[in-house]
Design a protein around this ligand. Structure first.
Ligand code: UD1
Length: 419
């Protein structure tokens, strides 16, 4: 197993380019199942969740070639079952259900099961499919979905769900009649998926708002799409600049959809100059304590919570972070505390008493964003930080340590020594 070794204390400087958005690419890859033909997706990031989705599409019978530019041929889909060993490592695998049901009238997809950041059920997806005329049975941990005719319906989600909105939006493109999704998630990756679906001939309006209307069409054509840049990677790099007190220009940034992250980092004391699709991030003086509450887009993203916490461990006073999207998403706290941070967790709230310094030590990554948070802390810590179990990092970041190296960080990957 690999670990990442960071020698803290180097100010980052230079330019770095953000890769394509993981969450957008995964959904768009699933969308290729909606119709046969050769689909082309550009700007696909090199990370393990993408490899998992490639394997899943391959398992279903698709031909998948390329890396940054993917070519996916979906003429010969021969099985409709997404097995547990692929779904359990990545919840986004559940996104194949909508396209399979819409095109073939059936799908069998493993329940995602628990994961490090909470229970994460799929009940809202299932209820919405049932409203569209799909019969859903759960047997031995698998969701069996079948329907003779997918019907447009009015779907009201109890709370905004990104995956649920995407799954239903994809299925509805081929349903009979009109589907209206109320209380839809408004994440930018949903807008990117909607663009890709419109490129296929889908009739979708209202993406990016909480009411999406999809008029079903009889058939779609293969898609050709370039994935939007990853706002979470961009935000992580902004924190890297801020936590080291460096000056970094981040290129290929989706600036217009990063408002809540930019605002909060400014409040903490970072100086952020906005270009059309780039950000120049620097810092002048101490980091200030703030209050942060994670919320559905356009609120502060839960996927940036662990990273901003690393920054706030070094702020001048007590910060509060409230996590409203996922329970259990504070598992990085114990490891940050081992580095000298002073964080207490009460239910959904973390109270962070700013410390003067962090000390490098061996820490363990427990999920994707937690591992990014520990690397960020390591960049600012005194001495050496070893972040083990970095396969979590590789799930969602495209060569993060290489990008940080390019900015002057003393960071490398090595084989973990057996204890
Ligand atoms: C997506 C993102 C993930 C991000 C999250 C929230 C992808 C591949 N992943 O995850 O990076 O952290 O949005 O922005 O795009 N819920 C239910 N029942 C359901 C569905 C969801 O109770 O049927 C709950 C979840 O447990 C969670 C909340 O709703 O508490 C939001 O989850 P959701 O938006 O669905 O997250 P994902 O789509 O899994």
């Amino acid at each position: 197993m690999d670990c990442i070794v960071v020698q803290g204390g180097k100010k980052l400087s230079g330019e770095v380019t953000v890769s394509g958005a993981k969450n957008s690419a995964l959904a768009i890859m699933a969308a290729t199942l909606l119709t046969g033909g050769t689909h082309r997706i550009a700007g696909v990031p090199a990370l393990r969740d993408i490899t998992t989705m490639k394997r899943l599409l391959g398992h279903l019978g698709a031909g998948v070639e390329g890396s940054d530019q993917l070519e996916i041929v979906t003429d010969a889909i021969e099985t409709f079952e997404a097995p547990y060993d692929l779904v359990k490592t990545m919840r986004a695998s559940f996104l194949v259900l909508g396209p399979l049901v819409a095109r073939f009238g059936r799908a069998v997809v493993s329940l995602p099961g628990g994961c490090a950041i909470g229970v994460r059920p799929v009940d809202m997806h299932i209820k919405a499919f049932e409203a569209m005329g799909v019969t859903v049975a759960i047997d031995k941990g698998y969701v069996h979905a079948a329907c003779d005719e997918l019907k447009g319906a009015r779907i009201l989600f109890d709370m905004p769900t990104v995956g649920g909105t995407e799954n239903i939006m994809m299925a509805a493109t081929l349903a009979k009649g009109t589907t209206v999704i109320e209380n839809a998630a408004r994440e930018p990756e949903i807008v990117d998926l909607a663009c890709a679906l419109r490129n296929m001939g889908a009739r979708i309006e209202g993406d990016g708002t909480d009411r999406i209307t999809i008029q079903g069409v009889r058939e779609l054509t293969p898609l050709s799409h370039t994935v939007m840049p990853d706002r979470i990677e961009a935000g992580t790099l902004m924190v890297a600049a801020g936590i080291t007190g460096g000056t970094v220009v981040i290129k290929n940034c989706p600036v217009p959809v990063m408002g809540s992250t930019i605002d909060k980092l400014r409040e903490i004391g970072l100086i952020i100059e906005e270009g059309q699709n780039e950000l120049r991030v620097s810092r002048n003086g101490a980091l200030r304590h703030v209050e942060v509450t994670t919320n559905p887009h356009p609120g502060f993203p839960t996927d940036m919570q662990a990273q901003i916490m690393a920054l706030l461990t070094l702020a001048d006073g007590t910060s509060i972070i409230r996590e409203t999207i996922f329970e259990n998403r504070f598992i990085h706290v114990a490891e940050l505390d081992r580095m000298g941070a002073n964080i207490k967790v009460e239910h959904d709230t973390a109270i962070i008493a700013g410390a003067q310094t962090l000390q490098g030590t061996t820490v363990m990554a427990t999920d994707l964003r937690a591992s990014a948070s520990l690397i960020l802390a390591g960049l600012a810590a005194q001495g050496t930080t070893v972040v083990s179990r970095v396969y979590h990092l590789d799930r969602g970041y495209d060569r993060l340590e290489k990008k940080l190296q390019g900015l002057g960080a003393d960071i490398h990957r090595e084989k973990e020594k057996q204890q």
